[in-house]
Design a protein around this ligand. Structure first.
Ligand code: ADE
Ligand code: ZN
Length: 330
């Protein structure tokens, strides 16, 4: 218990967090009412009851429906502000948030409104409370690379205007049958502009997708990566190169990547020297914010003080802050 208290209080970074996945059912209904968006659920309770997922796709269907209530820059501001205030309670001192522009532009919401709202909340919370943050634009991998290229082009003015904060790109959505290699061109363009690169890989997809993300997309971190455990040479590669994995334990449990938290690969990967970090992914949908994720793995995998300290330290080391800020944080 004393140990758990210590880890709850420890300064930490959250590096895998989809801002649209922070929308709680109450917020979804409030935005729907305000924006006159029709939902397929009658009540907060009915919506929450639908959060019984069997795999990644069953979650994504509801997650995209939830995001449909976001229309105005103010909506993105309020959503982001609420998440950052919640993160402060977990002693998050730095966070790198994902957003999915294609989810919003296809509904006629300009990418400008999305980024403006999120960025303003980040700037306010940094000024008021010192919690620093960066933003990572993710492409939806269930759509063709052409769509990602168009979304990237559409967002170029945002990278110019908000370059200090909008620092990179990622790849998310349905992983099965959507390999990283399909997005080589758009990642090449982002790399040419000096952007930071990450991708979801090895959540539901095979270890080969992690190799592809590293070799073809040249990403610096792997989001999830928990199925790397099936490929010992890959585990060694990740450890030797200090490629961080942004692991999301409660997400993995809810989406049935593991049948029991006791069988989660986190501890084995950590023991093999991999730079594992703990994150919440979509906390409103998976039943817990970042500290809940630390507690869940600490209990199920019987983590010791060294392990928990390593996880928090890894999160600060794997962040995209510049070297002086990183030195100050650790
Ligand atoms: N979008 C939001 N959460 C995601 C996850 N865990 N995997 C893939 N796409 C996502
Ligand atoms: Zn994710």
């Amino acid at each position: 218990q004393a140990l758990l208290n210590k880890i709850l209080k420890a300064p930490k970074a959250e590096l895998h967090m989809h801002i649209e996945g922070s929308l709680e059912p109450e917020q979804i209904f409030a935005f729907a009412r305000r924006n006159k968006v029709k939902l397929a659920y009658d009540s907060v309770e009915a919506l929450r009851a639908a959060y019984a997922f069997t795999d990644l796709q069953s979650f994504l269907d509801i997650y995209y429906a939830g995001a449909s209530v976001l229309l105005k820059a103010d909506d993105f501001y309020e959503m982001t502000r609420a998440y950052l205030d919640r993160a402060r309670a977990d002693n998050v001192i730095h966070t790198e948030l994902f957003f999915d522009p294609q989810t919003h532009t296809e509904r006629g919401v300009p990418v400008q409104a999305v980024v403006e709202g999120i960025e303003a909340a980040m700037a306010d919370v940094e000024r008021e409370h010192g919690l620093t943050s960066k933003l990572i634009l993710c492409f939806l991998r269930h759509l063709p690379e052409q769509a990602a290229l168009a979304a990237f082009k559409d967002a170029l003015p945002m990278f110019e205007r908000y370059g200090d904060r909008l620092v990179g790109i990622g790849l998310d959505s349905s992983e099965r049958n959507h390999p990283p290699s399909s997005f080589a061109r758009v990642f090449g363009k982002a790399r040419d502009r000096g952007l930071r690169l990450v991708a979801h890989a090895g959540e539901e997809g095979p270890p080969a997708y992690i190799h592809e993300a590293l070799d073809i997309l040249r990403v610096e971190r792997i989001d999830h990566g928990v199925r790397s455990i099936e490929d010992p040479a890959l585990v060694k590669r990740l450890a030797d190169a200090r490629i961080a994995l942004t692991v999301c334990p409660l997400s993995n449990l809810k989406l049935m990547v593991f049948d029991d938290m006791k069988n989660h690969s986190l501890k084995t990967l950590l023991d093999a020297g991999v730079a594992v970090t703990v994150n919440s992914d979509d906390p409103a949908y998976f039943g817990g914010y970042v500290n809940d994720n630390y507690v869940a793995v600490a209990e199920a995998l019987e983590l010791g003080e060294q392990d928990l300290y390593a996880l928090a330290r890894n999160s600060l080391e794997a962040s995209f802050v510049d070297a002086p800020q990183r030195r100050a944080m650790i």
